[in-house]
Design a protein around this ligand. Structure first.
Ligand code: GAR
Length: 208
């Protein structure tokens, strides 16, 4: 069984999707063993507690800089014996020591079709605002491995939803979450835990 550690910062609906998938026995070969939040008041922590999952809080402003913060995160992940680290709405960018310590063992869900609307500054609702501003007709979400390039790692899974007339950022965010994020994140986690994802020359390949 692989130990899955989930990093969160907010409401934790993606964490909930993972918990629900685990309860339905859809996460094959893995178990969520710890949830680490960058915010003390993140509702995601409640979701973890309600499901008897261990929690930790590591707040950015308690550390002098991003390197000290990353060091604390690395120590926590090592102590938890993480086999897979899942960024599920985790809003702090960590330094390169994390990707080096956990190469192709950290995955992130991003609420757009990478390489669109991604990178620094594109997070949460801002991503959907940018998609509406551009007038794209299709958007979606991406699960990818975390590398030193923000939102630039090998893509594991993507899926799409239509953008509809009259959409607000909130409506679009909800459609992307419900129809894509909450499905492809648990699916990617399960594939990882069954060793069905390989990375070669910077690309991820999923065993059918
Ligand atoms: C999700 O839409 C997730 O894809 C996004 O934040 C939201 C968190 O919601 N993540 C990013 O934008 C990271 N770049 P949740 O806390 O309810 O899972």
């Amino acid at each position: 069984m692989k130990n899955i550690v989930v990093l969160v910062s907010g409401g934790g609906t993606n964490l909930q999707a993972l918990i629900d998938a685990e309860k339905r026995r859809e996460i094959k070969g893995g178990k969520i063993t710890c949830v680490i939040s960058s915010k003390a008041d993140a509702y995601a922590l409640e979701r973890a507690k309600q499901n008897n999952i261990a929690t930790r809080v590591i707040v950015r402003k308690d550390y002098a800089d991003i390197h000290e913060y990353s060091k604390a995160m690395l120590e926590a992940l090592n102590e938890e014996k993480a086999d897979l680290v899942v960024y599920a709405g985790f809003m702090t960018i960590l330094d390169e020591t994390l990707c080096r310590a956990y190469p192709n063992k950290m995955i992130n869900v991003h609420p757009a079709l990478i390489p669109s609307f991604c990178g620094k500054g594109f997070y949460g609702l801002h991503v959907h605002e940018a998609a509406l501003e551009k007038g794209v007709k299709v958007t979606g979400a991406t699960v990818h491995f975390v590398t030193e390039v923000c939102d630039g790692g090998p893509i594991i899974l993507q899926d799409t939803v239509p953008v509809l007339n009259g959409d607000t950022p909130e409506l679009l965010q909800r459609r992307v979450m419900e129809n894509v994020e909450w499905k492809i994140l648990p699916k990617a986690v399960s594939l990882f835990c069954q060793d069905k994802i390989t990375v070669k020359d910077g690309r991820a390949y999923v065993e059918e």
